[in-house]
Ligand binder design. Structure first.
Ligand code: PHE
Length: 360
């Protein structure tokens, strides 16, 4: 019988040059599988003489065991190497500091709108809404501002573009929240008690004016609602909003086409060292317009002025936010500067409530 040394060398070489588990399996089948070279050789033993069978049989058995052991060893070392490679690749330094999660804040305007809404809700005012792109009938005519009325110019209105020949009613970006008075009265009739917070637009830009700003409209219509109740409501509101006892308001006789009589309300404040403070000081800041709803306005909303009367007011939300939180420049509200937002913003879940403290 032939010398098994070359055969042994051949298979050991093939095993050592296999570089992954699949290649090892291929080698195993080719050597020890049913039709593998070694298996076939062992089958030939049957045709041999008993003496041959004894010597060759033993050598073949030894060769088979050696190949089998070499296959297992190679397979193990390949698996180890694969594991090492994976561990090296997927390594994670758990001692590194964690990355802070970006944290959003609630914009002061949103917060103050919530606070104001909360106070008026407590006095029985429901929230009403209207569109920001408004027909000029709702924004002006229905509010007793005739087409040639100078208030149309005073409002520095943004007009929506119209193609020549477009016969739809002209539209504007609403210059105040007062059109929501009309919509609410048309929808709900009288008696009614609503507030309407939202964005308004005027072409104006300086430290205390931006082309878009926020107002909150108030409207209370009943059988005998009076100017005295308007004054009480606003004073009560300011005390609750500023969370101080000594808020001082100044009611100045004024003029709005949609109220008669009308009053503008200023609040006492100071601007010491660029810091705005409410309650004391020699300055006054106008925060709202108000008055008794004009009969023409009631009529254009379908309400009979001989039966119903009431008051309305429009508060500048941005002004109130500046006053309450000592924010000197209105423009910063709308610059989306993250550092500013982190400084003046409120934590999420910081819901204002009258019982829990408005700005706590
Ligand atoms: N709409 C007025 C303004 O924007 C404010 C106002 C509202 C005045 C309601 C009186 C009554 O200036």
């Amino acid at each position: 019988m032939d010398d098994l040394t070359p055969l042994r060398q051949l298979w050991l070489d093939r095993i050592n040059s296999a570089t992954d588990p699949a290649a090892i399996e291929e080698v195993r089948l080719a050597a020890l599988g049913k039709k593998g070279e070694i298996s076939l050789k062992m089958r030939e033993l049957g045709k041999m003489t008993p003496e041959e069978r004894q010597t060759i049989g033993r050598s073949l058995n030894e060769l088979r065991d050696e190949i089998d052991a070499a296959l297992r060893a190679r397979k193990l070392s390949l698996e180890d190497a694969a594991l090492e490679a994976r561990l090296a690749e997927e390594w994670l330094d758990v001692t590194l500091p964690g990355r802070p999660r970006p944290r959003g804040t609630i914009h002061p305007i949103s917060q103050v709108t919530e606070e104001i809404t909360e106070i008026f809700a407590d006095m029985g005012f429901a929230v009403a809404e209207g569109p920001q792109v408004e027909s000029d009938w709702y924004n002006f005519d229905a509010l007793n501002i005739a087409p040639e009325h100078p208030a149309r110019q005073e409002h520095d209105t943004f007009f929506m573009h119209r193609e020549p020949g477009d016969d739809r009613p002209p539209h504007v970006l609403r210059t105040h929240t007062s059109p929501v008075q009309i919509r609410a009265m048309q929808d709900q009739g009288a008696p009614i008690r609503v507030i309407a917070p939202g964005r308004v637009y005027r072409m104006d830009m300086d430290q205390t004016h931006t082309p878009m700003f926020h107002q909150i409209e108030g409207l209370a219509i009943g059988r005998d609602i009076s100017m005295a109740q308007l004054k009480w409501t606003l004073e009560e509101f300011c005390r609750a909003f500023f969370e101080v006892d000594e808020v001082e308001l100044r009611f100045r006789a004024s003029h709005f086409p949609f109220t008669e009589p009308s009053a503008e309300v200023d609040i006492r404040c100071s601007w010491e060292g660029g810091q705005l403070k409410v309650g004391q000081g020699d300055s006054w800041l106008e925060i709202l317009g108000s008055g008794m709803v004009h009969p023409h306005v009631l009529r254009s909303a379908g309400i009979n002025p001989d039966e119903w009367q009431g008051f309305a007011f429009g508060i500048g939300i941005d002004r109130l936010a500046m006053l309450k939180y000592g924010i000197p420049d209105l423009r910063a509200f709308f610059e989306s500067d993250l550092r500013w937002l982190r400084n003046y913003g409120f934590a999420a879940g910081d819901t204002p409530s009258l019982s829990g403290g408005l700005s706590a």
